[in-house]
Design a protein around this ligand. Structure first.
Ligand code: CA
Length: 231
């Protein structure tokens, strides 16, 4: 299911602005159009859009200046920007990306291409935002920010090292992580502990996962991996 996203179009060519608004709305977004840089800044301050399509060539305050302003403020710096640049003006594209644009499309462009870019940038942005720190595998769920773990909805108490070990495994499901890799991941690089220490911690985590302890598998001679529980 697609969420409706608010998209701000900043374009002084009225026909093009209208064409963009129409097509974005038809494809399930909610587009608002402004025709100047100043109006863009105002609009963003009033309501933060999920994405901005920003023409580089605008009267007075141009797209570069708008992007620079938005990227400089913590409030607005995370709003993705797709810059519209003049054809073959490589310089513009570089300036646009330098100013913090996430992507650019050169004019003239096909609406189809632009819509695809819009979707790609939105997907990327929501993935980053939604890297919200929750990692789930089967019944096990961890919150990387809050340092909380649960199994089948029940909170489990882990030591910091255990938490980091579990987090490292959960972020690479199905992949074998070496003991050495786990040490530098969970305990810190340059700290000398024996590889046996990892085994002790893993045994403790398994115990705390109860029936699901077997999700963490020993790979003989190498290390550990976590898998979804057997059905
Ligand atoms: Ca323009």
């Amino acid at each position: 299911m697609q969420e409706i996203r608010n998209i701000l179009v900043v374009e002084d060519e009225l026909d093009l602005a209208e064409l963009l608004r129409y097509n974005l709305n038809v494809s399930g977004h909610k587009a608002e159009v402004v025709h100047s840089g100043a109006a863009a800044i105002e609009s963003v301050a009033a309501k933060k859009p999920d994405l901005i399509i920003l023409d580089i060539m605008l009267p007075e305050m141009d797209g570069i200046e708008v992007a620079t302003k938005l990227k400089r403020s913590a409030e607005t710096s995370t709003i993705p920007i797709i810059m519209l640049t003049a054809k073959s003006a490589d310089e513009d594209q570089i300036r646009g990306l330098d100013a913090g644009a996430d992507d650019y499309v050169t004019k003239p462009f096909s609406i189809k291409v632009l819509l695809a870019r819009v979707d790609a940038v939105l997907r990327r942005a929501s993935k980053e935002a939604g890297a919200s720190s929750i990692v789930e595998l089967g019944p096990v769920r961890i919150d990387l920010d809050r340092h909380e773990a649960s199994c089948v909805g029940e909170g489990i108490k882990l030591t910091l090292t255990e938490f980091r070990l579990l987090a490292a495994l959960m972020q690479a499901p199905g992949r074998v992580l070496s003991r050495r890799g786990l040490i530098s991941n969970a305990i810190g690089p340059g700290i000398t502990v024996t590889e046996r220490t990892i085994d002790v911690h893993v045994a403790a985590i398994r115990k705390k996962l109860g029936d699901y302890g077997s999700m963490i598998q020993t790979v003989r001679g190498v290390g550990y991996r976590i898998n979804e529980p057997d059905a």
